[in-house]
Design a binder for this molecule. Sequence first.
Ligand code: THU
Length: 162
Amino acid sequence: MNEFEINIKARHYSSISELDETERQLLEAANEATKTSYAPYSKFNVGSAVLLANGEIITGSNQENSAYPSGLCGERVAVFYANAKYPNVAIKAVAISSAVDSKINDSTVYPCGACRQVLVESESRQSTKIKLIMGSAKSVIVVDSVSLMLPFTFDLDEMMKP
Ligand code: THU
């Protein structure tokens, strides 16, 4: 038996103003996107913004449905749309944010497991890392690669190797 540890490096910013200009703009776009959320069931509004290598910012938000599992998280709406619109343009960074009653939440929002899986596969489609910016009204957590959020990723290519 060999026990091992997996460590991840993350940065904590005690205020949005500590981010660099590009990161701050992306998080503000995610904050703005919470307003487009359709979440009549959970009342939890998620906004996401994707920065592409061509400079374009694509935003998305969670879209719920009365048949609950038919809805989709904000990050996946944004990332799938970015990949559908520009299949060959790399994603540089993704920001996420959440709001309740039109107010950005004080606690940081972290992507769910399914969104992490999608983010990691988007990163592996390209040769560069995707930075993840996880926001709140108060502070921000940033990791330089979405893969850090999902150790032991399900990777079909890896498992199909002879
Ligand atoms: N949600 C997201 O949009 N992103 C996540 O990473 C986790 C959860 C949404 C799904 C649902 O509409 C609401 O938040 C409450 O779970």
